[in-house]
Ligand binder design. Structure first.
Ligand code: GLU
Length: 436
């Protein structure tokens, strides 16, 4: 029997990384087994499932390169079928009508009264529960609308889903879902519950911990391939120490029995590192265009420098860029004199006593150099450091902050030469005002 899996999100307007991780695992499993990856939009909450929310969801999936192999199923279009199953359950005695809240009759699914319920989860193994701990539950509300459990199971049945791969917040629900399958006289799918994504404290990862929606990462300039690769490793590992993997490699190595049951820690540093690895593999034209676009969006004009300088800036900055979102902040000083000074850098490198004299000395020395080159600027600072008996270190750091506003960046002398003597000296003199 060929594998049929589905991603069954409830569109809310933003797509949480935990949800899209489930989509990725389903997609990988479908591709690995040669099966079908389907999309079911659980849009029964009409208030939240707006056309825009559905659009956002489809856009995110497309951005990550996952599309449904069959036309998406809209759950709200299947209500009649859900109710038909509920009626059949009432007729068979596996469900009954009851007025639970004084608002009219609901349909309630009967759970076994005694004994043990269990199922084998493809990730978590055997999961058990005593029947006494499970109550009968509503499947159709008194207003006649089907409840999630019913809709979810009937649709999985009708879509002939073989494996339900989803977040482990649904483990408890699975006992109910299996009961409905039983009532329908149908073979249930295999359930595979993916471990929770947690923060560095081991608590469920939420938007309080930072970016939690795919759109946030998109806006910060993360690359879809990097995010996909990173999320694929949240709860799965290929069985060796590979981390950066092509999609083909992931598809080949993916299997449910290599999924982990222990919580998966969301490590933004790792994602950022991974993104840098992907970014540097992009063709130069793509990087060039992305840098231009990001600079322009940051109010900077890439055309304010010559092509030669532009290419030299790219050579310097590409190896230092992990996400495109950092580009304007990290490169501003190449394009404007009006760049921001990191207050901590000013405090540490410009404020200390004696910096003022040193910066002025450096400016004078640079102004008197016959040529302003990598070699001449470095030799000049070295000689000056020796003559002042403070060493080159006491000059390099303040000079860097004076011309760029930051303590980090490309090699100082490369940076100075690219900026050009005039601008460097003007900035050194300008920074004197902030210096101690
Ligand atoms: N709409 C449910 C959710 O987003 C579906 C769960 C499932 O995959 O069965 O959590």
């Amino acid at each position: 029997m060929s594998v049929r899996v589905r991603f069954a999100p409830s569109p809310t307007g933003q797509v949480h990384i935990g949800n899209i991780r489930a989509a990725i695992f389903n997609w990988l499993y479908a591709r690995h087994t040669g099966g079908a990856f389907l999309l079911r939009i659980e849009d029964t909450d009409r208030e939240r499932s707006t056309p825009e929310a559905i659009r956002t969801l489809l856009d995110v999936m497309e951005w990550l390169g996952m599309t449904s192999d069959e036309p998406p199923v809209y759950q709200s279009a299947c209500t009649e079928r859900h109710l038909e199953v509920a009626e059949a359950m009432v007729a068979a005695g596996t469900a009954y009508r009851e007025d639970r809240d004084g608002k009219g009759e609901c349909i309630v699914c009967r759970m076994p009264e005694s004994g043990r319920l269990e199922f084998t989860d493809a990730v978590k193994g055997r999961i058990r529960k005593q029947a006494e701990d499970l109550q009968d539950f509503v499947i159709v509300r008194s207003d006649g609308t089907p409840v999630f459990h019913l809709a979810n199971v009937v649709d999985d049945h009708d879509m002939r889903i073989t494996h339900v791969i989803r977040g482990d917040d649904h483990v408890e629900n699975t006992f109910k879902h299996l009961q409905i399958f039983r009532a329908m006289g149908a073979e249930p799918p295999i359930y595979a519950h993916l471990p929770m994504i947690v923060n560095h404290m081991g608590k469920p990862y939420s938007k309080r911990d930072g970016a939690a929606f795919v759109g946030d990462f998109q806006a910060q300039g993360f690359l879809p391939e990097a995010l996909f690769n990173f999320l694929a490793l949240l709860g799965w590992a290929p069985g060796d120490d590979r981390e950066i993997m092509t999609r083909g490699e992931m598809v080949e190595a993916f299997d449910l029995d290599r999924c982990k049951s222990s919580a998966a820690r969301f490590d933004l540093k790792k994602l950022t590192w991974m993104n840098g690895e992907y970014l540097r593999r992009l063709p130069r034209e793509t990087l060039d265009a992305a840098f231009r676009e990001r600079l322009a969006a940051g109010g900077l004009d890439p055309a304010s420098v010559t092509d030669e300088v532009w290419n030299a800036i790219l050579d310097l900055m590409i190896p230092r860029t992990k996400i495109f979102g950092e580009v304007p902040g990290n490169c501003a000083y190449f394009f404007t004199d009006d760049f921001a000074f990191d207050p901590r850098a000013v405090e540490k490198r410009l404020r200390p006593e004696g910096t003022r004299e040193r910066l002025l000395k450096v400016a004078e020395t640079f102004e008197s150099l016959p040529a302003f080159t990598l070699e001449s600027t470095e030799a000049a600072l070295r000689a000056l450091g020796e003559s002042m008996a403070t060493g080159i270190g006491s000059l390099v750091h303040p000079v860097r902050v004076a011309v760029s506003g930051m303590t980090e960046g490309p090699g100082l002398f490369e940076m100075l030469v690219l900026l050009g003597r005039e601008r460097v000296c003007a900035r050194l003199r300008q920074a004197v005002r902030m210096a101690g």
